[in-house]
Every structure is written in C-alpha cells, then in structure tokens.
Design a protein around this ligand. Structure first.
Ligand code: FES
Length: 123
C-alpha cells in the first residue's frame, strides 16, 4: 500500500494561467503552475543536473529547463528526451475553496512500487 502525506499549500487562486510559483514542503521544492485553468505540481528539480525548473520557461504544458533545455510535461512529469533521461516527480493536488493540498508519497513507497507517474527512460 502506498503511503502518502497530504500537505496544505495555501491559496493559489490568484495564480493565473501560464504563471508558476514554488512551494516548500520539508526539503522538497514543488513547482506549482496553472495551465488552462488547472493547477499542476511537479518537483522543482531537473532530473538531469539538479537545476530548478521554476527558473525555466513554461510554454503550454511544457516547462523547459533553463540550463540545457530538457522539457517536462507538468501534467505527469514526463520528459521529452535528452539531455534528461528520466522524468521528474509529479504530485496529485486538490484545489478547492479552502486552498490547495498536495499528496506526497514517501520515497520508500515510490521505490517499492514504482514512480507515481510520468517517468520513462530513454536509454
Ligand atoms: S540541468 Fe536541466 S537539462 Fe541539464
């Protein structure tokens, strides 16, 4: 069984389409962005060389890493190819009148049962 902790992130109703922000949950930095009216959350760390994706450019559902240009789909964390070889973690979020909550599976349950979504290898 997966273990997931739910965390309150606050109110992001003022985050417009095409905008992004970063939230910290413990040592984890989470990139939150809104695309076509919906909020998405991925880990704010490029899988290639530990660079904050939040410093990159959001274009539609793709966020481009500012360092070497790998792109990741904010809907599932999947990467589009090299130089990244894996996707990034993607988190389930819930937005309602009380704000935004994020579910974070612990690393142990992810490694035992595979990533939540959005990971694939190119080699
Ligand atoms: S650090 Fe992101 S593509 Fe290299």
């Amino acid at each position: 069984m997966n273990q997931a902790d739910e965390h309150n992130l606050g109110d992001f109703s003022d985050l417009d389409n095409g905008e992004l922000t970063v939230c910290e949950v413990g040592a984890l930095e989470i990139l939150l962005c809104r695309v076509e009216g919906k909020l998405y959350a991925i880990e704010d760390n490029c899988s290639h060389a530990d660079t904050p994706l939040s410093e990159g450019r959001l274009s539609g559902f793709q966020i481009n890493c500012p360092l070497h240009g790998a792109s990741f789909d904010v809907r599932n964390g999947a990467h589009s190819g090299p130089p990244a070889y894996t996707g990034v973690r993607c988190f389930k979020i819930n937005e309602n009148d009380l704000g935004v909550t994020v579910k974070i599976e612990n690393e142990k349950s992810q490694s035992e049962e595979g990533p939540q979504t959005g990971f694939f290898q190119t080699r």
